[in-house]
Design a protein around this ligand. Structure first.
Ligand code: G6P
Ligand code: MG
Length: 215
């Protein structure tokens, strides 16, 4: 039995873009210069850590109360984008890959740092394809810690060595490697250098030959 663990943001849906727009808005209000390059460091990491990185960029010290207000504000803006999502936002090739893996008796899990993960799976109507969902509400240690993937593997009852993780973030690839799982990067091979394999997107993944390769 094989387990396939998918990150959500930037892998299944392009919400990395929405996270960026919402953080960018807050950064501007705080007078912090926040670029697309800076945003790479926010991918895969928790909401609280993301805010810390932005505050570090602007050399801003803040109270816990201020941080709570800003995180809420960012999340409200982010949820505005999420509220308009539907299945059309599932990235090309993802649905057919999920269905193929399921038909071939693979177990499918989500392993995301997001506390909004279930909502997004519901909005895009793909929740029924998942045998387990582990998200930011279930873990205490953020990627690159392997906790989220280890828990996902446990929930689908598959050994770590038989799991394959799909990830778009450096922190996520490191987490998959630390969990002892095969790591497949989705995105830029120059950025995701630590991944076992990198594909630009799911259109370029032939699930059938992938299954053979990892057998
Ligand atoms: C994902 C994204 C991060 C995001 C984190 C928390 O891992 O890649 O950019 O900060 O989830 O998401 P949340 O929806 O809980 O704010
Ligand atoms: Mg991601």
């Amino acid at each position: 039995m094989k387990g396939f663990i998918f990150d959500l943001d930037g892998v299944i849906v392009d919400t990395a873009r929405y996270h960026f727009l919402a953080w960018k808005k807050l950064a501007e209000e705080l007078g912090v210069d926040f670029t697309v390059e800076d945003n790479e460091r926010l991918k895969g990491v928790s909401r609280a850590r993301s805010l810390e990185i932005i505050l570090e960029l602007g050399d801003i010290r803040a109270t816990e109360a201020e941080k709570q207000v800003w995180m809420r504000q960012k999340n409200d803006d982010y949820l505005e984008y999420v509220s308009r999502m539907d299945q059309k936002e599932v990235l090309p090739g993802v649905l057919s890959t999920l269905r193929f893996l399921k038909e071939n008796k693979g177990k499918i899990a989500l392993g995301s740092a997001s506390k909004n993960a279930r909502l997004i799976l519901e909005k895009t109507n793909i929740l029924p394809l998942f045998d387990a969902v582990v998200d930011g509400n279930d873990v205490s240690k953020a990627k690159p810690d392997p906790e989220v993937f280890a828990l996902a593997a446990q929930q689908i009852g598959v050994n770590a060595a038989d799991c394959v993780v799909f990830e778009d973030s450096v922190a996520g690839i490191q987490a998959a490697n630390a969990a002892g799982m095969a790591s497949i990067g989705i995105g830029d091979a120059g950025i995701l250098q630590e991944a076992d394999m990198v594909y630009p997107d799911f259109i370029h993944i032939d699930a059938e030959s992938l299954l053979k390769k990892i057998r």
